[in-house]
Write a protein that binds this ligand. Structure first.
Ligand code: 13P
Ligand code: SF4
Length: 300
C-alpha cells in the first residue's frame, strides 16, 4: 500500500497532510505531520494541486477555506470532531447583543458555519498569545470550555464568557488516573493538552498543543513522561525519543474519529480524489476571515 500511495501521489500531484492523532502507519506515509496550527499554515504553502487530509473534517475545511483553488480530499469523509459542532449559533447572537464590544474567539475545532460567525480563530498553540493581544476586554470563547478556561486563567485582565463544548477524549482523562500513574512513576513529568479538564491540568508540569508536547519532551533532560492527550501522539514521541519512556493514563485516550483514517482509505481517496471538501462560496468568504486573521496574528 505504501508503494501504491507513493505512485498515486505523483500521478495525482497530491501532498498528504496528517495530524498527530491518526495511526502511526498513516503518519509514516504523510508528507507533513503536525498540530492543527501547523497543518492549517502548511496547507497555504504546499505547491501540489491536491491536498489529501488525514484528520477530521474541520481540518480539511480549514485547508479548503484558505486554498479555494486547490482540491482538498479527506481520507475519511465520516471522521468528524464532535466538539466542532458544540456551539448554539443563537447563543453567539445573544452574546453579541449583550456585550456589544465582545470578540468571538473560535477554536479551530469548529465547523465552517461557526467560524463564519466568529471574529478570530485560535488553536491550542496560539490561543493565549492571540487573545492577549486583542483590543477587546470581553471574550466569548467557543466551542471548548476547557481550553477557554485555561486561556482565561492566564489572562486575568480579560472578561471571559464560556461555552459548554468539550472534547470527549480529553474529558475522559481523569484526575484520579493521573494520580495513580504518578504514584507508579513518581519521577515522571506530566504533559497535558489544554483540552483536558481543569482538575487534570492542575497536575501537569507542562501544558501545550500536540507539537508543543512533543517539542517539550524532546528538549527535556527528563526521561519519563505521563502523557495526557490522544494516544496517536505516542508515535512521534517515540520516533523522536527512542530512549525515553512515555506512559498513558488509561485506555480512553483514543479518538475514534481520528482512528477512522486507514491506509486503505488513503489509497482509495487518492485513486478517486473523493470525498472532496466542498464549501458554498458565500460561506467560504465569511468563514475564511477569522482563520486568515489567526495566521496573521500568530505570526506576529
Ligand atoms: P492540536 O494538534 O492543535 O494540539 O489539537 C488537538 C486536537 O484535538 C485536534 O483535534
Ligand atoms: Fe475532536 Fe477530541 Fe478527537 Fe481532537 S481528540 S478530533 S478535539 S474529539
Amino acid at each position: 500500500m505504501k508503494q501504491r500511495i507513493a505512485e498515486l501521489k505523483k500521478e495525482k500531484d497530491a501532498v498528504i497532510l496528517a495530524h498527530y492523532y491518526v495511526d502511526g502507519e498513516v503518519q509514516e506515509i504523510a508528507d507533513f505531520v503536525g498540530d492543527s496550527y501547523y497543518l492549517a499554515e502548511k496547507a497555504t504553502t504546499v505547491p501540489e494541486s491536491v491536498i489529501l487530509f488525514c484528520g477530521v473534517s474541520f481540518m480539511g475545511e480549514s485547508a479548503k477555506l484558505l486554498n479555494p483553488e486547490k482540491k482538498v480530499v479527506m481520507a475519511d469523509e465520516t471522521a468528524d470532531c464532535p466538539m466542532a459542532h458544540m456551539v448554539d449559533t443563537d447563543r453567539i447572537a445573544e452574546v453579541r447583543k449583550e456585550y456589544p464590544d465582545v470578540a468571538v474567539v473560535c477554536y479551530v475545532n469548529s465547523t465552517a458555519e461557526i467560524k463564519a460567525l466568529s471574529d478570530v480563530c485560535v488553536t491550542s498553540s496560539n490561543a493565549i498569545q492571540i487573545v492577549k493581544n486583542l483590543p477587546n476586554k470581553d471574550i466569548f470563547f467557543i466551542p471548548d470550555n476547557n481550553l477557554g478556561r485555561y486561556v482565561a486563567k492566564q489572562l486575568p485582565e480579560k472578561h471571559f464568557i464560556f461555552n459548554e463544548g468539550f472534547c470527549h477524549v480529553h474529558k475522559s482523562i481523569h484526575r484520579e488516573d493521573v494520580l495513580k500513574a504518578k504514584e507508579l512513576y513518581p519521577e515522571a513529568l506530566v504533559l497535558a493538552h489544554p483540552e483536558c479538564t481543569e482538575d487534570t491540568l492542575e497536575l501537569a508540569d507542562f501544558i501545550g498543543s500536540t507539537s508543543q508536547i512533543i517539542d517539550y519532551a524532546t528538549a527535556s533532560g527528563h526521561n519519563i513522561f505521563i502523557i495526557c492527550t490522544e494516544m496517536g501522539i505516542f508515535y512521534e514521541l517515540m520516533q523522536k525519543n527512542p530512549d525515553k519512556k512515555f506512559y498513558s493514563v488509561g485506555h480512553r485516550q483514543f479518538c475514534p474519529n481520528m482512528k477512522k483514517v486507514r491506509l486503505e482509505s488513503v489509497v482509495s481517496a487518492l485513486e478517486s480524489l473523493e470525498p472532496e471538501v466542498e464549501l458554498e462560496e458565500s460561506l467560504r468568504e465569511k468563514a475564511k476571515l477569522p482563520l486568515e486573521k489567526m495566521l496573521v496574528l500568530a505570526a506576529k
